[in-house]
Design a protein around this ligand. Structure first.
Ligand SMILES: Nc1ncnc2c1ncn2[C@@H]1O[C@H](COP(=O)(O)OP(=O)(O)OP(=O)(O)O)[C@@H](O)[C@H]1O
Ligand SMILES: [Mg+2]
Length: 254
């Protein structure tokens, strides 16, 4: 079931988005250009309010751009699509369904027979390490476990692109490190394109092929940093630490 597809290329051209806030135009994204390669892990960082969630929502098809183009595998994005799955900071599980029910749900609403949906769901529940909890209800799970259910649910529909908005932001530090390792493993096993927002710079370097830094100043330009480190990555390695310092400098923090 793993190592499917290929595809999952994202192309962003001259993308702009502004909001009207209290009668004033607020430019959030300005003529952004970016290509995400098939199977790449791109991590987006930037100050609060720099437009990370907005960009992810545009890629998800949940928000329309003002101008510019976004295409997936050459096809313009128009609303949500089955080749993309979104993972939010809170997993938003259905409380009346078990873990199995929640993970199978996305396939069932697409008309997949219950038995087939559940078989696939069990595979992904095992992949995120929750095989023993398939029959548990959301209220019986810890925060980290619930988030893993959310990840399994997104993977079960076998998207080409996973869009993640601070998926580990609500977790405690220890759980978070474990989940970063799991995300790295899942990403490589599933051969999926990942676009992930985080405010955790170490997490960005741990996971990313490239880090996109959105500008804080509205006149500024977005920057891309290649993270050229072997995997699995070692957080204490000199080069890892140097990348972290480079990102901190970008934020004026070092
Ligand atoms: N629906 C909306 N209506 C008006 N303004 C909005 C809307 N959505 C976002 N904004 C504005 O756009 C800007 C960028 O918001 P966005 O949520 O993309 O930031 P972010 O980088 O994800 O920040 P954070 O790190 O705090 O999550 C903010 O100034 C916000 O006020
Ligand atoms: Mg956000």
């Amino acid at each position: 079931m793993t190592g499917t597809k290929g595809g999952g290329e994202v192309s962003i051209r001259d993308l702009s988005k502004s909001f009207t806030l209290g009668g004033r135009q607020l430019a959030v994204l300005r003529t952004l250009n970016l290509d995400v390669r098939s199977g790449e892990c791109l991590v987006i960082v930037g100050a609060s309010g720099s437009g990370k969630t907005t960009l992810l929502r545009i890629l998800a098809g949940l928000e329309a751009a003002d101008s510019g183009r976004v295409a997936i595998d050459g096809k313009p994005v128009d609303g949500v699509g089955a080749e993309r799955a979104v993972i939010f900071q809170e997993p938003r599980l259905l409380p009346w369904l078990t873990v199995l029910g929640n993970v199978a749900f996305g396939l069932e609403v697409r008309g997949v027979a219950k038995a087939d949906a559940e078989e696939k769901a069990r595979f992904y529940i095992a992949l995120v390490g929750l095989a023993e909890f398939a029959d548990a209800f959301p209220r019986q799970l810890s925060g980290g476990m619930a988030q893993r259910v959310g990840i399994a649910r997104a993977l079960t529909v076998q998207p080409e692109i996973l869009l993640l908005d601070e998926p580990l932001g609500a977790l405690d530090a220890m759980t978070k490190i474990g989940m970063q390792e799991e995300l790295a493993r899942i990403w490589s096993e599933e051969n999926v394109t990942m676009v992930m927002v985080t405010h955790d710079l170490e997490e960005a370097i741990y996971l990313a092929d490239r880090v996109l830094i959105l500008p804080k100043e509205k006149g500024g330009a977005a920057r891309l940093i290649d993270v050229d480190l072997p995997r699995p990555r070692d957080r204490s390695e000199t080069r890892f630490v140097r990348y972290r310092e480079e990102l901190l400098r970008e934020f004026g923090l070092h």
